[in-house]
Design a binder for this molecule. Structure first.
Ligand SMILES: C[S@@+](CC[C@H](N)C(=O)[O-])C[C@H]1O[C@@H](n2cnc3c(N)ncnc32)[C@H](O)[C@@H]1O
Length: 368
């Protein structure tokens, strides 16, 4: 047995490595850290109204931006420096002013823009606030119900998803469905499962006033918000929101039954799809809106720009919710068309077809 003791030098472990590669990778990691920090700064800028104020002006000094937003100039100066460092805001060193180009404002300054992404930022804050719970879940394998997530998760889901629904739902997705748009116009029965705060159902109710709509969700607080939104939109005469599990509602003869970004969240998606099939009229249609993904990991990584964000959301939100429910299939949020089609075929749907897509979602129609 050797009795020699050696004192390891901290740099010894580096000697066998390609130092240039280490340096490049460290830079990559530094960029990721900056991205995480920037998300927090984006949430802040959104909350305090800094993006909106910058969007409404050509160029502003920190003092002028602080004055417009009723904030403290010293804080605003620091926020602007960081936003400039990551290229969100532009700085003019000649006159010390900052500006948000209109193309950046379209993404950051308002949820009403078709290109808005700022609503997604609080989703990341919500993930940070649930790290301890998820670390525990990694050890135990237990799930975490949607209702136990941070409230910013619910706010962010509504804000960010609504942009895509507003861009595509009424103008592109509904016309792509078989024999559905005319029925909606003349008046039919629509059920939405996993309705959340109700954004897609409210858009449909506004566009098709002769139809009636019911949204179901297990998250009581979310259903209350959805009811409030229906009141605010003046459509409560034709839209109701109820607390019910995906396999518990009693509707029959439904013409259009939708799952907006919700089927993959369920513990038993086959059971939920089977239940939906029974609720549908013979000539009814089931519509699945799901995140855009390929059928295998390598292709998804190569072709889906939102894959990194999608897998994070899936790890923190969708997979834990599915694992908290009976069944525990946990498709994950990037399940892909083939896997989703198998779920619908197992639920005895006769025809399953992708009918539309946009940058973020695919739309699958299933016929009983
Ligand atoms: C990602 S959110 C989508 C919300 C909404 N459809 C939208 O697009 O804005 C998923 C929703 O599914 C709901 N959900 C999860 N499990 C459910 C179940 N077993 N039955 C009904 N809803 C469920 C959650 O409470 C959550 O509101």
């Amino acid at each position: 047995m050797s009795t020699t003791t050696t004192t390891a030098h901290p740099h010894d472990s580096m000697s066998a490595l390609d130092v240039e590669r280490v340096r490049a990778f460290a830079q990559h990691v530094a960029g990721l850290l900056a991205g995480g920090a920037t998300t927090a700064m984006m949430v802040l800028g959104d909350r305090v109204g800094l993006y909106a104020a910058l969007a409404g002006a050509q160029r502003l000094t920190p003092a002028a931006l602080a004055e417009r937003t009723g904030t403290a100039e010293r804080y605003v100066r620091e926020w602007l420096a960081q936003q400039t460092a990551v290229g969100l805001v532009l700085y003019d060193a000649h006159d010390g002013t900052f500006s948000l180009p209109p193309e950046h404002a379209a993404v950051l300054a308002s949820d009403d823009s078709p290109a808005a992404m700022i609503g997604a930022a609080p989703l990341v804050s919500g993930m940070h606030r649930r790290i301890e719970e998820l670390a525990e879940a990694f050890s135990t394998g237990q799930g975490i119900p949607w209702a136990d997530q941070d409230p910013s998760t619910f706010e962010s889901t509504e804000r960010f998803f609504r942009v895509g629904y507003r861009n595509s739902l009424v103008g592109e997705w509904i016309p792509a469905l078989t024999d559905t748009e005319d029925k909606l116009r003349s008046g039919c029965r629509v059920v939405d499962v996993g309705c959340g705060h109700g954004a897609p159902l409210l858009l449909l109710a506004e566009a098709f006033p002769n139809s009636t709509f019911t949204g179901y969700d297990v998250h009581e607080a979310g259903v209350q918000v959805a009811r409030q939104r229906a009141e605010e939109a003046g459509v409560s005469d034709r839209v109701t929101f109820e607390v019910a599990d995906a396999q518990a509602y009693q509707d029959q003869g439904v013409d259009l039954l939708t799952f907006f970004d919700a089927l993959h969240d369920l513990g038993d998606p086959v059971g939920a799809a089977t239940h939906a099939r029974r609720a549908l009229a013979e000539d009814g249609r089931l519509v699945l809106v799901e995140p855009r993904a390929a059928d295998d990991l390598a292709t998804t990584l190569a072709t889906v720009p939102m894959a990194a964000m999608g897998y994070a959301a899936s790890t923190f939100l969708c997979t834990p919710n599915a694992l908290s429910q009976p069944g525990g299939l946990a498709l994950g949020s990037l399940a892909g068309e083939k896997r989703l089609g198998e779920v619908l075929t197992q639920a005895s749907f006769s025809r399953v077809e992708r009918v539309a897509e946009n940058d973020f979602n695919i739309v699958i129609e299933a016929t009983p």
